[in-house]
Design a protein. Sequence first.
Length: 345
Amino acid sequence: MNTKIRVSLSLVVWLFILALNPARSSAQEFYKGKTLRIIVGYASGGGFDLYSRAISRHMGRHIPGNPTVVVDNMPGAGGIILGNYLQSQAKPDGLTIGNIIGSMVHQQLFGTKGIEFDMSKFNWVGVPVQDVTACALTKASGITSLDKWLAAKEPIKIGGEAPGTNDSDAPRILKLALGLPIQLIEGYKGTSQIRLAAEAGEVAGGCWTWESIKVTWRKALDAGLVNVVLQINRERHSELAQVPNAIEYAKTDEGRQLLQLGVHDPNAILRAYTLPPATPKDRVEIVRAAFMATMKDAEFLSEMNKSNFAINPLSGEQVEKNIAGFFKLPAAQVARLKEALGVQN
C-alpha cells in the first residue's frame, strides 16, 4: 500500500471517529490551551486544599486537549461565599470547578441567611474520598480521652468555621447526642487555622475529617501532642479501632438519628467538587469522566499513598443522587436537625 493510500485511509478513520464522538472533538478543541480552575472554598494548607492540589497535578491529562489545571482559594462563611459565586458569578463554561463541603445542603434546607445557591442545580463532578470524622484535642488542653471530656466541669473550647461545615456541625450534634460539654468557637477560615489556634491554646482542638487530621497534624499526633479522643462514624474506622465511636455512646433514638442525619450521611459527600449550574452537558460529562479517571490514575494514587491520603471516590452521578436524598427528608426531621445545629434565620 503506497503512502498516499495509507494517509487517505488514516484520514477517513480519523473523521469517522470524530463523527461518532463529536462531543469529544468539540471538547478537545475547547480545552486545548485553556486553564481550568479548581476553587477551594477554604483556606490553603487544609485537607480540602491539599486534596485539590494533588488532583490538579494529574487531572489535566484526562481531559481532551490537556488543559492546565490550577488551584485558587476563596475562603469565607464556611464555603457559602464560594457557593454563591458558583451560582451567580462563575462562567458556566466548564473551566471552573468549585470544591465545597457537601453538608452545606443542610443550610440550604434550613433557609440559612446568606445562601443564594441551589445545590440541586449544581453539576456534581464527584468526591475523592468518603470521609470519616474524628475529634482531635491537644495534650495541653488536658482532654486526652473521651472519659475526661465527659467529666470536664467547664465546656471545652472546640474550633469551627461556620454552620454547614463539619467542623462546626459535628460538635453541635455531639453536644446534644452525647451531652458533651462543648463551647464552639467559630469564625476560622479552615482547619489549618483551627490547628494553629489549638497549638496556641485558643481552643482545645476540633472535630473534622480524619483523612485531613492524620496528614496535616501528623507530627503532633506522632509526638503525642495531639490525641484523637472520639470518632463520629457508622462503624469504627480501621485506623481508629481503639478510639470510642459516638454512636456507641448515644443513649436515645433521637441522639442516634441526629448523628446519622447530621454527621454520618453528609460524611460521604463532604469533599464535593461541582461545576456551576448551566454548564453545557457535554463538558460536564467530560469533566466527570476525567475526575473518575484521575481517581484511578497510577501516578495520582502513588502520590496519594505516599502522602497518606485515602481515596474512596464517588462519581458525580452518585453525589447528585445523595444530594437529592436530602431534599426528600420529611419536614419534621429537617426542623429538628435545624434546631440541633443551632440555625437561626
